[in-house]
Design a protein around this ligand. Sequence first.
Ligand code: ZN
Length: 384
Amino acid sequence: MFRALACLAVAILLHADEFDERARRIHQSVIAADSHIDTSLRVLMDRADLSRRSTVGHVDIPRLREAGVRAPVFALWAPTFYEGSEAIRRTLQLRDAMQRVFDEHPELIELALNASDVERLAHQGKIAALLSIEGGHQIADDLAVLRMYYRMGVRSMTLTHFKNNHWADSSTDTAAHNGLTDFGKEVVREMNRLGMIVDVSHVSDKTFYDTLAVTAKPVMASHSSCRAISPVPRNMSDDMIRALARNGGLIGINFGEGFISPKDAERLRLGIRTAQMDPPRGGGKALDEYAEKTIRAMLKPDKAEATIDDVVRHIDHVVQLVGVDHAGIGSDYDGIGAPPQGLEDISKLPRLTAALLRKGYSEQDVRKILGGNFLRLLRQVTGR
Ligand SMILES: [Zn+2]
């Protein structure tokens, strides 16, 4: 009896190793993407050196390489208390911080403008950094500013953040425009024309459906999860996920607190409340100091209730609902304080792959979820 049990235990262990080993091999060759990370904050506020493996934060170049994440999307996020020209100034600070990374480490990381760039840079062993803007308020109601962001290499924009802007309603604010205004629709059309991914994370349900009615190209929810599992307004309902799939779009599963498990939702509510608070009057240095203080409080490291199994559940929910072609990864790393247990930073991504393989996912399916779906969308939107 003891012998039989011992044999069973060895068989289970070997089996576990087999999935980990297959995951490790996949991550050596895959071009994985992460459609939303906030690492630019650490570059700006801490002057983080991304070329070295750090013990703080969730993302740096060595950890991206370990996980085969060749196509991370670095969000340039200005909190909504940056208004008008102040939001543009903040965006330029973040864009400048990322340029410093590109200038100091051209052998490790380069700006990518389309899917062909990503493939070329990945084959050279480099990180292909994509840039996004997080919050439509950052264009200060001016399409010229949007076009200048495009010329500075930005290839995606989230239409809102935690608050409404002058042309789109947010999922975490009281509706003011009944979705997208006429100007909001113009923004979507201009993004289509330029070849920028329209990002529908953060927007209200009505804004989401209005966007789908206007857009001529697939859209992305870069960092949202499933409302059916964790019922917070930032997540997507099953009906929204089905509509997103019909559009050919993609949902990048957010690993953040509250997105994955409602047990961690208090931290998400704290972030939303912080965004609604009144900032100091004026702008410039005083506003930057206020931003630094509030962002550091929001990102204070903590332990989540959510685990890697909860993340698998969200991915599987999307796949069961609309198939494997519309699920991706949008971790929100470096923009969250408490990542799920087992996925403490981006280098742990192979564990997620092993868990999906263990669940019966094929290697081909896993490759789509890890980055294939994102690259398809990027190619469709940028044309290359
Ligand atoms: Zn966000």
